[in-house]
Design a protein around this ligand. Structure first.
Ligand code: HBI
Ligand code: FE
Length: 264
């Protein structure tokens, strides 16, 4: 990992405060006001509860310490300021230590609708609300602990598990399909596409299937996997994942569902 970014990480002053420009705060305001409307009746209850608890500001980019206060009081998690995408070793070690990496830059207006790398809006709005949920938090921590000790070959498979849950997971509820994946919840286009388009496949979550399914990071997803409760995630992380990875490896990956070769 550790792909170079063209964004510049924002560094805190000696009091730990990150100073954002008016333009950067206005970008946050544009993004959060738009996303709050889009996720109505589409985000899962656990996400909405976490969003309420975080009580994110609308007019300016929050300080990580504000986010940490809520995460700490709910699940003992905290954020970890990072410059941008970080490599697998550091990423998994942070999750194992109940620390979620948050890049401190925010996307430019040119990339308002879609940014390939995770900026502060994706990480805070997309991921932090669910880190207040005990099941989701436990899954993420267990996932980090497991992936820390995994080989680079095994990590290729485990990245798919992260991708189809934490990033692009769907929840089948009695009230209908809801979103819990942060990659969807922070995306203007994908919130509607994932819940209303007939185009993507929406399969019941099956860990072995997920581990065999390649993905692409730069397009709308061709397939989503649906769990039926956040408790499913805890069970997944307590199953013998490395055994399933070995089975997935022996069975081989499914053909890519995308036209080109770039898959995860
Ligand atoms: N780094 N900062 C940051 N944020 C992420 O979400 C992230 C990362 N590095 C690796 C990574 N995600 C993915 O490869 C996961 O699928 C493992
Ligand atoms: Fe993410």
């Amino acid at each position: 990992m550790g792909k170079t970014t063209h964004y510049k990480a924002k560094i805190p002053d000696r009091d730990g405060i990150i100073h954002y420009t008016q333009e950067e705060n206005a970008t946050w305001k544009l993004l959060i006001k738009r996303q709050l409307k889009l996720i109505e009746n589409r985000a899962c209850d656990e996400f909405l509860t976490g969003l309420d608890q975080l009580n994110l500001p609308v007019h300016y980019i929050p300080q990580l310490s504000d986010i940490d206060a809520t995460l700490n009081s709910t699940t003992g998690w905290k954020t970890e300021r990072v410059p941008a995408l970080i490599n697998f070793d550091r990423f998994f070690a942070l999750l194992a230590d109940k620390k979620f990496p948050v890049a401190t830059f925010i996307r430019s207006r040119e990339e308002l609708d879609y940014i390939q790398e995770p900026d502060i809006f994706h990480e805070i709005f997309g991921h932090c609300p669910l880190l207040t949920d005990p099941d989701f938090a436990r899954f993420t921590e267990n996932y980090g602990k497991l992936a820390m000790g995994a080989s680079s070959e095994e990590r290729k498979y485990l990245a798919r598990l992260y991708w189809f849950t934490v990033e692009f997971g769907l929840l089948d509820t009695p009230a209908g399909l809801r979103i819990y994946g942060g990659g969807i919840l922070s995306s203007k286009q994908e919130v509607i596409y994932a819940t209303e388009s007939e185009q993507p496949l929406k399969a019941a979550f099956n860990c072995l299937e997920v581990l065999r399914t390649p993905y692409r990071i730069d397009v709308l997803q061709a397939i989503y996997f649906k769990i039926t409760s956040m408790g499913d995630l805890s069970k997944i992380s307590q199953s013998n994942l490395l055994e399933l990875v070995a089975q997935a490896k022996a069975l081989g990956a499914y053909p890519s569902l995308y036209p080109e070769k770039k898959t995860g």
